[in-house]
Design a protein around this ligand. Structure first.
Ligand code: 8YV
Length: 313
């Protein structure tokens, strides 16, 4: 029997590519010089899309694949997939929750420590010989501080657990209070920012959270406050953030995600109060192997008529 045709929106790690190429007729969208023409000439028999959180699947691409049955996403965030369109056409969607939660939460803590304790500057201070001339100036403590988490989902609650280990006083904002968690619920985001010395953003992306971290929230966080974003670039008003960082209306920021990845606003690179990461919170070998396996297992389940492991509802 012919292998099902799979359109891949971007590259996966070699171990996943090998397995996918053994089991599917793989079409590499990202390698096509003219992507529209590529989809038009090869799309008629495509039954599945394998994509990534950052690449998603637009209604435009899906509409050119009349036999599309499933979109399997390497990533938990499905904000770049047009879920409304998929639903209207009965196209199934899967993602990779849980397997990446610990690593993404770890990155939140790493960025917080990196900004507060100025780890990159300390590293440069040792390497460039500055240490021999004078001791580095003093930095900011993390332990025992007031932390605010914006979005108390899987990642948010895992960050909270880690912060509790630092004896932080943790509060959070979300649409609903989580009765199962011991942390203080603050129904007003500006109020949460006002009471917090660190704000860690772990929201889902998409229209409902777009620009939630705006100038008012940043001003409430204040000149001693640190912002960490491990969610999606879209959740933060980047113009307001750049302004607040440049004018020191907040102390600093640790950012894994941006509006325009990977070509981020060049002004970030000129700031000395930010620590930047290349959207890499889930980027460990261990987690990426588990994510790839989950993408492949969902596709396998679909084509063998079994229940999907992690459908997006
Ligand atoms: C990945 C992500 O970096 O899970 C998500 O939503 O954004 C990340 O884990 C991404 O999907 C890999 O390209």
């Amino acid at each position: 029997m012919a292998k099902p045709k799979l359109l891949m929106m971007g590259a996966y790690a070699a171990w996943d590519m090998d397995d996918l190429e053994a089991n599917y007729d793989v079409l590499k969208y990202w390698e096509a010089p003219d992507r529209d023409a590529f989809v038009r000439s090869h799309g008629a028999d495509v039954r599945a899309i394998a994509t990534r959180g950052d690449l998603g699947a637009s209604a435009d691409v899906m509409s050119k694949l009349p036999k599309l049955e499933i979109v399997s996403c390497y990533g938990v965030g499905v904000d770049a997939i047009d879920l409304g369109y998929a639903k209207s056409k009965g196209i199934r969607v899967t993602n990779t929750p849980d397997v990446l939660t610990a690593d993404v939460a770890d990155m939140g803590i790493a960025l917080l420590l990196a900004v507060a304790r100025q780890i990159p500057r300390g590293d440069a201070y040792v390497r460039d010989g500055s240490w021999a001339k004078a001791n580095m100036d003093l930095v900011t403590r993390v332990s025992g501080k007031k932390a605010g988490i914006v979005g108390m989902g899987r990642v948010g609650s895992t960050v909270a657990k880690r912060l509790a280990g630092f004896d932080c006083d943790v509060a959070y904002f979300d649409v609903n209070k989580r009765a199962d968690l011991p942390y203080a619920f603050v129904a007003d985001l500006v109020e949460l920012a006002r009471r917090s010395e660190f704000l860690i953003v772990t929201l889902a992306g998409g229209g409902s959270t777009k620009g939630m971290i705006n100038a008012r929230v940043l001003d409430a966080l204040g000149p001693d406050g640190i912002l960490v974003n491990i969610s999606r670039g879209s959740t933060v008003d980047e113009t307001a953030l750049l302004d607040a960082l440049a004018s020191k209306r907040i102390k600093g920021a640790g950012l894994d995600v941006f509006w325009n990845e990977p070509n981020i606003d060049a002004r970030f690179k000129a700031l000395d109060n930010v620590v930047l990461q290349p959207h890499h919170a889930s980027g460990t070998v261990e987690t990426r192997k588990a994510m790839g396996k989950l993408v492949r297992d969902n596709l396998k389940a679909h084509f063998s008529g079994s229940a999907l492991l992690t459908p997006v509802v």
